[in-house]
Structure formats: C-alpha cells, structure tokens
Design a protein around this ligand. Structure first.
Ligand SMILES: Cc1ncc(COP(=O)(O)O)c(C=O)c1O
Length: 401
C-alpha cells in the first residue's frame, strides 16, 4: 500500500511480503528475533578441542550463554565434546541442573557463604579463594556427611580480580589439603591479557601459575587438574593448556581479538533479525526521529525497524551503526528509539516486510558483532551479551535441546 503523509512529500508503504534471508521465522507478532545456530556452537567446541593441547574442555556458558541462551548453549557445547561447563553464579548452575544437564559444572565465583547448601544440593563444583567461604563449605560438607566436596582452588597470578593472593597461596593450599570435608580437584587461574599475544604479562602469569603448582607439589597437595586458558589462551597459548582449556567467547564463534583464531574455523552462532515495518520516501531536507538529528541530504528511501534500545540496539548507534537489507549495508539514521529506529536505504527498492540483519549476512553484505563493537567502542562479548531479553531466541541445528 502506498499513501501520502500530511506534508504530501513523504510516501509511506506498508504491508508486502518483503525479501527473506533469515533461516527462521519470527516466533512472535513483532518480527524481531535472534537466530542461534546450535550446530555452530557444537562445531566450534569440537574444533577448539581438536586443536587444544589439553585433553579436556570446559565451555563457559555464564551470562545466559553469552546471550545465546544458557541451556541450549550448554547442550550444544556438550554435544560438541565439552567435558565441563562453567558459570559465574550458583543460580546459573541451578538453571542448567533444573534442565536436566548432568555434566560437571564449575561455579567460577564464590557465592555468599549462605548459598553453600544450595550449591551443594545442585551438585555444582565450587571455586574457592577465600578462607571464610572454604570454611563454610567444609562445615556444610561435614554436616552432610558422605564424600568430601570437590573444589577448584583459584589462585590470583596477576589479574587481581578474584583468587587467592600470592602471599596466601601456601596457607590456602595447606588448608584445602588438610580440610577433611574438601577434596582439591583442581588448581586454576585466569589470564588478564591473553588476547594480546605479545604482552609479556602472559609469560609472567604463566610463570606464576607454574610456581604455584610447584608449591603444591612441594607441600604434597594432591589435585587432579590444572586449568588456565580462556578462548585467547585456548587459541594461541598451547604451552599453557595443562589438563583443560576454558573457552567462552570462541565457542560462540567469535574471536577475542582479530585474527586470533588462526586456522581454527569458528562460525558465529548468533544472528539477529528483524523486518522493515514501514518504508517511506523522504524529500531532501526532511529530518527523522527524536531530536531530528538526521536530515535527508537528498531524496531517499527510509525504512523503519521494529527494534530499539530496549532490545539492545543501543542508543549510541544513532547516526552511527549499519544494518543489512536487500543484501546491502545501510546506515542507521537519526536517534535510536526504545522500540524502533530508521535506516537510510538510498534508492534501494525497500519494501515493508523485508528481512533486515542487525547482526548477520545477506548475500555478500554482513554486519558482525565486531562491527558493533567498533562502533560502540567496546568488545564483541558485550555486544552478544547485550541482545535484550525481549528478543526471542530461535534455535536451529541438529542439536537437541
Ligand atoms: C574465569 C574465566 N574463565 C574463562 C572465561 C572465558 O573467557 P573467554 O570468553 O574470553 O573465553 C571467563 C570469561 O569472562 C572467565 O571469567
């Protein structure tokens, strides 16, 4: 349908079937959805595990599986060969257990000591780095009776976020060794700059970690596993893989830094789709959206997109980002609103109902999470974690979840 607005200069077109590029259909009335390829996650895990020097892989599925959906991402990771899963919070581990996932799950931070029983009831593996928490765990373990609780002792080798500070390593190792309710299953740490291949701090932390393991040996502290490497380390620090690697970002098919994946074929699992809700022809000089911050420099076709900052299309993309429609990258024009924003299609034959890739590919045109990160001066991690809760996830692939 083509109509005319009050000024007479704007021709508006609604309806139409539009061009299709997404593999899936939107599940809700509003056609804005994220398509998650679970086969991509499974294949990425398999590829990472094949190239790793470590026999085991722990897939990090915290933060709702980096925005991909915790339970489906976890199932896909396990289908791809993940031996362990990792989450940040006890609640995240509970969610996986409630879904019937029985793979070992490491909780990478310490919840408050009051949450210890919940963690043990869900058979989650605690990380330990503070004495009060270790003592609470040991007390809970004794009260429950049965087998000692397996714990992963986290040592701070230089990131200075969480972990036992170097000065306390000996105390912590002997405490866990002697605590009857605890069994030391792993010693682990985390790199601060693994995504900067030439940063000497990598070597510093690796040496500190090796020193910690030597200290454990000299104190006769028994443990089964050592693990140190996130995605960046998994991809390029093979000499530090120890018994297990611990990638997050890479299992979703994204690189922690450009080129870091090298020959490891990673496939992004997430694409983000919507459909033009309205298309209009603007005359030169007509402005769009709140604040009228973009004015058409010439006669042009503008499309309205039914997604906004409440969905994670952050307002900082106003007059900055791009989207893909009709296999072309087109600029976001004007202010991104809470539920909608506009793109300038120039003279493309846009039609209401056309599929639009916010993150994804149509033909040879693509917008990636890395593009968003560059526009927003952030990292691709934050981009995928930022796909809003209001955006339904639609899963494709053979993995059963
Ligand atoms: C302790 C720890 N290990 C592993 C990871 C996974 O890191 P990446 O997503 O860079 O692979 C994270 C993520 O933040 C983490 O905090």
């Amino acid at each position: 349908m083509t109509t005319t607005d009050q000024t007479g200069s704007t021709r508006i077109q609604t309806g139409g079937t539009g061009q299709r590029h997404a593999r899936t259909e939107p599940p809700n009335a509003r056609p804005t959805w994220a398509e998650i390829d679970l086969d991509a996650i499974a294949d990425n895990v398999a590829a990472l595990k094949t190239q790793a020097a470590a026999p085991q892989l722990m897939a990090v599925v915290k933060a709702n599986g980096y925005g991909h959906g915790a339970v489906p991402a976890a199932r896909a990771a396990v289908a791809g060969g993940a031996d362990w899963l990792a989450v940040a919070l006890a609640e995240e581990g509970r969610q996986l257990r409630d879904a019937g996932i029985d793979t070992p799950i490491l909780v990478m931070t310490e919840p408050p000591p009051e949450a210890v029983n919940e963690l043990l009831t869900a058979a989650l593996t605690p990380t330990v780095f503070s004495r009060p928490y270790a003592a609470a765990l040991e007390a809970a373990a004794r009260e429950r009776g049965g087998e000692p609780v397996a714990v992963h002792l986290k040592l701070d080798t230089g990131m200075r976020r969480v972990g036992v500070p170097q000065a306390d390593w000996e105390d912590a190792l002997t405490f866990v060794r002697d605590a009857q309710g605890l069994r030391l299953e792993a010693i682990w740490s985390h790199f601060a700059v693994a995504d900067e291949p030439f940063n000497p701090f990598i070597t510093h932390q690796a040496e500190e970690f090796a020193r910690a393991l030597g200290l454990a040996r000299s104190l006769r502290v028994a443990y089964d596993l050592a693990h140190l490497c996130n995605s960046a380390g998994t991809l390029h620090l093979h000499e530090h893989h120890y018994d297990m690697v611990r990638p997050g970002l890479a299992i979703y098919g994204l690189e922690p830094a450009p080129g870091l994946a090298g020959k490891t074929a990673l496939r992004p699992a997430l694409s983000w789709w919507t459909r033009l809700s309205l298309v209009k022809r603007l005359a030169a000089g007509e402005a769009v959206s709140y604040g009228l911050r973009w004015t058409a420099p010439r006669e042009t076709t503008v499309g309205t997109i039914p997604a906004g900052y409440a969905d994670g299309v952050t307002r900082a993309l106003s007059n900055r980002g791009e989207a893909v429609v009709r296999a072309h990258r087109v600029p976001i024009v004007g202010t991104v609103c809470m539920d909608q924003f506009m793109v300038d299609g120039g003279d493309l034959p846009l039609a209401a109902g056309d599929d639009v890739a916010l993150i994804g590919r149509e033909g040879t045109a693509e917008v990636t999470a890395d593009d968003w990160a560059a526009w927003l001066d952030t990292i691709n991690y934050e981009v995928v974690c930022g796909v809003g809760q209001r955006v339904p996830r639609v899963y494709v692939g053979d993995v059963r979840w």
